[in-house]
Ligand binder design. Structure first.
Ligand code: NAD
Length: 494
């Protein structure tokens, strides 16, 4: 099977490199990707540039119609998408069926409507001598880079607002998980997207990713991935001053005040820490619990973690799947070991499961850690695994301060039944989303994106359309005068 989708056609990559794709649940190789080279990026960018001439002139209704056909095609193929996503990313099939795929279909449906809602200021006479109006125009060719944790949803979040607004795109999915992005691009072509509007190149980040974000014919870069790689992308895009849209790492706090519903908070923490085996940029990673509830909270979370079923991803009764790769599992295990070395208490987990049925997969036990310093690496930086750290706090001021005490600001939650505490948390925690008495849900109408080093720019929602468009001011002289009134400021003819 070919893994490049360029100018409406599936093609082989032209590099000399192949990488195997393995099922993270079993270690079994299921495909080989012939990787793209920089020449493939040139072809894709050329196709996108050419296609933009026509696509940018389509009406919003035309773009909306094609997106609406795409959502129908995806709905018909939802089971194929769920199976492919589960296989390549190691997701439990229930998660792929109930979260990844329906979420993507709803996104397509949302952008089908949003394409017809490009907003701007009223045309009018803001100066007595002129009429001003606003045009909202596509940026041009978008170069996009996506991560492996939600391969289908990330492809959709990048592609949809871009093409709904009249741009064309070259997307580079993670080399570990290109399959569903390619299926999405093919479905889009069947729905009526002309060749070249949506292109997918599968290749290494350090080579084709880096080349794509610096390409002279790419007008804007949108990136989702780690803060470390993101800063490299910013540098590569800087010489040509490209527009940037950056969705970076997260280290979401989960703040439990002493009036919270403890049972709800414990259930919420387990679900929000373990979603996608913790490989979620908004996952709950640092629970701060007000001292009177601390011991009970730790006990309740440990109990619930013990009830989570690890199993093969193809089994609908499996709750927790593997990590995406052996490297990812090594990285998670090393971070837990480092915390242990600093004296942290591993209340539960902290190891690979003993079940021989899971021995060939990249599984890691749900892990609960306490007794670690706020400054420790495991509190400050991403683990991207099924690991929750729980720390106590005393005053409300401390709870908020600790929540804000990392370089990230993507997501956060506060748990309280007191409306004033809830209001304070939503105002003072610096993050792109603050949930009250819940943690994780997203919806197509609302923006997703970070504060601080979690990046800038919004995915989903009408706000993302703003990011993928440029406003142009049009100003008409109304006077027909040769000599305008303001000319006297510059040259005062007698
Ligand atoms: P990563 O940063 O390692 O890689 C992301 C992408 O960048 C991949 O496609 C990779 O091939 C590419 N890449 C690598 N080097 C590059 C370079 N020099 N130039 C251009 N592209 C390059 O991230 P990952 O491990 O794939 O995904 C996990 C990370 O993604 C986590 O940090 C997570 O928080 C983040 N993430 C953020 C969001 C968000 O919305 N903020 C959503 C999902 C994931």
């Amino acid at each position: 099977v070919s893994h490049q989708f360029i100018n409406g056609e599936l093609r082989e990559g032209t590099s000399t490199e192949w990488v195997p794709l393995r099922d993270p649940s079993t270690g079994r190789e299921f495909d080989q990707v012939h990787l793209a080279d920089t020449g493939d990026v040139d072809c894709a960018v050329r196709a996108a540039k050419l296609a933009g001439e026509g696509w940018s002139r389509t009406t919003p209704a035309e773009r909306s119609g094609v997106l609406s056909s795409l959502s129908r095609i995806l709905a018909e193929r939802s089971e194929q998408f769920a199976q492919a996503e589960s296989l390549q990313a190691g997701k439990p099939i229930r998660l792929a069926r109930e979260f990844d795929v329906p979420g993507t279909i709803d996104n397509v449906a949302f952008f089908s409507g949003a394409a017809r809602n490009l907003e701007g200021k009223a045309t009018g006479e803001y100066s007595a001598d002129h009429t001003s109006s606003i045009r909202r125009e596509p940026v041009g060719v978008i170069g996009s880079i996506a991560p492996w944790n939600y391969p289908l949803q990330m492809a959709a979040w990048k592609i949809l607002p871009a093409v709904a607004a009249g741009n064309t795109i070259v997307l580079k999915p993670s080399e570990l998980t290109p399959i569903t992005a390619l299926m999405f691009a093919q479905a889009a072509a069947e729905a009526g997207f002309p060749p070249g509007v949506i292109n997918v190149v599968s290749g290494k980040g350090s080579l084709v990713g880096n080349y794509l974000v610096g390409h002279p014919d790419v007008d804007m870069v949108s990136f989702t991935g780690s803060t470390e790689v993101g800063t490299r992308v910013v540098r590569a895009a800087a010489p040509s001053a490209k527009r940037l849209h950056m969705e970076l790492g997260g280290k979401a706090p989960f703040v439990v005040f002493d009036d919270a519903n403890l049972e709800a908070a414990a259930h919420g923490a387990v679900a929000a820490a373990l979603i996608n085996t913790g490989q979620d940029c908004t996952a709950a990673t640092r629970a701060y619990v007000q001292r009177p509830l601390f011991d009970q909270f730790v006990g309740a979370v440990a109990d619930l973690m013990g009830q989570v079923r690890l199993g093969p991803t193809s089994d609908p009764s499996t709750d927790l799947g593997p990590l995406v790769s052996p490297q990812q599992r090594r990285s998670v295990a090393q971070k837990v070991e480092a915390a242990r070395g600093e004296g942290a208490k591993v209340v539960r987990g902290g190891d690979v499961p003993a079940d021989p049925q899971l021995a060939n997969g990249c599984y890691y036990l749900p892990t609960l850690i306490t007794d670690v310093a706020q400054s420790a690496d495991i509190v400050q930086n991403e683990v991207f695994g099924p690991v929750l750290v729980v720390l106590p706090f005393d005053s409300d001021d401390d709870g908020i301060r600790l929540a804000n005490d990392t370089r990230y600001g993507l997501a956060a939650s506060a748990w309280t039944t007191n409306v004033y505490r809830a209001l304070r948390a939503t105002r003072e925690i610096r993050a792109g989303v603050v949930w009250i008495n819940d943690h994780i849900p997203i919806i197509s109408e609302m923006p997703h994106g970070g504060f601080k080093q979690s990046g800038y720019g919004k995915d989903m929602s009408q706000y993302s359309l703003d990011d993928y468009t440029v406003v142009k001011h049009i100003m008409f002289d109304r006077t027909e005068h040769v000599r305008k009134a303001w000319h006297r400021t510059i040259f005062a003819l007698s």
